[in-house]
Design a protein. Structure first.
Length: 400
């Protein structure tokens, strides 16, 4: 291996803890040097940009893109948290948001709910702040506000050595930079984001940023979830997405062993191009899936709205409640009454109409505060979030 190529690998720092020696990884400054060989990646990059363009175009023709985004963000929150081992599903998150028992450990569903809050917070803050270390700390504070993460210094860069896999740094699969090197590594990463002299395609930039962030592992917990969240923010900041509709967690979840293997190959072999290819394939696959999902949802909404309009029982109240369920496909009568500003008798009559049409289904069996589900819409959104899809953690990596 040439001396120049070794620059791509970063370097290992020999340290000791409790009398035991271990090696901590210091990543190279981005972009990699020698420069990336993107020649073989351009066809894949073109496919990814085209798929993103189609997705962005679809978001512009949806009658109300915010309805779809509202639920898609929740799906991403569930998937990203499942990668880290939570048992929460989309349904349990929606139950939690309706003050119903989620049927899973409360810490799990709180973590997913915090992910939703962090995502919305970040999208709002990006109107005023650049994507910076300051914003990353703010996002982490939101992400870890409750659940198990509340005890892991929310919003603060770590002040101790962490590791991935194993019971201590000495037998770990991977050891990130020590705390005394942390700000130097993070400063270099922030410079990479701001440096206009670095001419790289936005998707390549996002891919490089993600692997570098995961290698630095700057927080005690939540690094994986925050790292995946930042991908979408980078694509929005770089102008590739008008709406936050691309989330790679389903791709990473389905290909979890390959995902972790590629991260390790970058660190051990300098295999940046292979990682970028894996990342771009994920963008193509995910963008196409999201576009098809949006089309399927749009067709469902059109079909059901037409059914309502042709019904003899159709009223403005029925349509208002149906529109509400496009945003919140699982809801109780109390929330529906408040959101639609209708009387309880009107709400109950309208729900009865929608249930008779086969659009909604009462699922609680309660007499008061009944819970209704827009089942066909939930079925579409639930694809990929089934807990059975999750495979064993690669190399026994601990939650991060």
């Amino acid at each position: 291996m040439s001396k120049d190529f070794k620059n791509r690998l970063g370097h290992l720092l020999s340290l000791s803890l409790g009398g035991e020696y271990y090696h901590s990884y210091i990543p190279p400054v981005l972009p990699p040097n020698p420069p990336l060989d993107l020649e073989g990646l351009y066809p894949l990059l073109d496919q990814a940009n085209t798929a993103l363009g189609c997705l962005d175009g679809m978001s512009q023709i949806l009658p109300d893109a915010s309805l779809f985004i509202y639920m898609y963000i929740r799906k991403e929150a569930v998937l990203s948290s499942q990668i880290e081992g939570t048992q929460s599903s989309l349904s349990s998150l929606l139950l939690f948001e309706n003050q119903e028992s989620p049927g899973v450990p409360m810490d799990d569903v709180q973590e997913v709910s915090c992910y939703v809050s962090a995502l919305y917070y970040g999208l709002e803050r990006l109107h005023d702040l650049p994507l910076s270390l300051r914003l990353i700390k703010e996002l982490h504070a939101k992400l870890m506000a409750s659940g198990r993460g509340a005890l892991k210094d929310p919003g603060e860069f770590r002040r101790s050595q962490n590791w991935i896999g194993g019971s201590r740094p000495g037998n770990a699969v991977f050891v990130p930079p020590p705390p005394e090197k942390l700000m130097e590594c993070l400063g270099d990463l922030e410079d990479f984001l701001y440096n206009k002299q670095i001419k790289l395609p936005a998707l390549v930039k996002a891919a490089l940023f993600h692997v570098q962030f995961e290698s630095i592992h700057p927080f005690l917990d939540g690094n994986g979830r925050l790292g995946r969240l930042l991908i979408t923010f980078i694509l929005c900041v770089e102008g590739l997405l008008k709406e936050p509709l691309l989330y790679l967690s389903l791709y990473f979840k389905t290909n979890r062993q390959a995902y972790y293997a590629h991260l390790q190959a970058v660190r051990k072999e300098g295999a940046w191009e292979s990682w970028i290819a894996f990342f771009l394939k994920g963008v193509v696959e995910t963008a196409r899936q999201a576009t098809e999902t949006a089309k399927t949802v749009l067709e469902l909404f059109k079909k059901d709205r037409l059914m309502i309009e042709q019904s003899k029982s159709s009223t403005a109240s029925v349509l208002a409640i149906y529109h509400y369920f496009q945003k919140a496909p699982l809801s109780n009568t109390k929330k529906i009454k408040e959101a639609c500003q209708l009387s309880l008798p009107t709400v109950l009559r309208s729900l009865n109409t929608l249930e008779k049409l086969g659009i909604l289904k009462e699922i609680s069996g309660k007499e008061r505060h009944k819970l209704y589900a827009y089942s066909l819409y939930l079925d579409i959104l639930n694809q990929g979030t089934e807990l059975g899809v999750i495979k064993d953690d690669f190399l026994g990596l601990k939650k991060s």
